[in-house]
Ligand binder design. Structure first.
Ligand code: C5P
Length: 205
């Protein structure tokens, strides 16, 4: 069983993917982390994230970078969204994601293009959305817990810019697959969102 969980930043897709992974005992890959590692590697090596050669070179990041807490920052998210525009970068990360999806026991992957590009053959596709206000509030609380000084206004501006880049790009834009189940988490608490996602997964299994 392959479970594809897609949606915009701070929609709750990561939390939902982890909960599905724990509930069904499936390995989980947060694919955003791969793009964040490319963005961070590009910055660390003095490259320009908007240059396709520099961004592609950064796809050879060391695996240890995936454990860097800095990858969770808004800055790393912004860099990820810039390097992810280059088709060369998406192609370089494709194999790793596809192999993860094809593990014999199944897998859960979350990202932007799992149901459309990485695993169009997934039995279960969830497209998780929430209003910009709900997402900004969640991201703000998360950043506060991590002790990162950033305002709700800054987060909102960043979310809107990232949504525009992610949905507007020509290669693998953020898009719900035709057969995806839509889950709007704006008015759902964490536990309610998880319960709804697990019920939807059970129903299609
Ligand atoms: O989900 P997360 O915020 O960690 O993703 C960071 C950025 O990486 C996104 O804004 C998006 O541009 C990019 N990304 C992508 N395709 C994926 C996962 C993430 O383009 N499958």
């Amino acid at each position: 069983m392959i479970v594809a969980v897609d949606g915009p930043t701070a929609s709750g897709k990561g939390t939902i993917a982890k909960a599905i992974s724990a509930h069904f005992g499936l390995p989980h890959l947060d694919t955003g982390l791969l793009y964040r590692a490319v963005g961070r590697q590009c910055a660390l090596s003095g490259g320009n994230p908007d240059d396709s050669d520099d961004a592609f070179a950064a796809t050879a990041f060391p695996d240890a970078l995936l454990a860097d807490p800095e990858l969770r920052s808004e800055a790393a998210g912004g860099l990820a969204s810039r390097v992810s525009l280059h088709p060369e970068v998406r192609q370089a990360l494709f194999k790793r994601q596809r192999e993860f999806a094809l593990q014999p026991g199944g897998a859960v992957l979350d990202g932007r293009d799992i149901g459309t590009v990485i695993a169009p053959d997934a039995q279960i596709k969830l497209f998780v959305t929430a209003s910009v206000e709900a997402r900004a509030k969640r991201r703000f609380l998360e950043m506060q817990q991590q002790g990162r000084g950033i305002t709700v206004e800054e987060i909102t501006a960043d979310l809107i810019a990232r949504d525009a880049r992610d949905t507007g790009r020509t290669d693998a834009p953020l898009l719900a697959a035709a057969d995806a189940i839509l889950l709007d988490t704006s008015d759902l608490g964490r536990d309610q969102a998880i319960a709804a996602a697990i019920a939807a997964t059970e129903a299609r299994r």
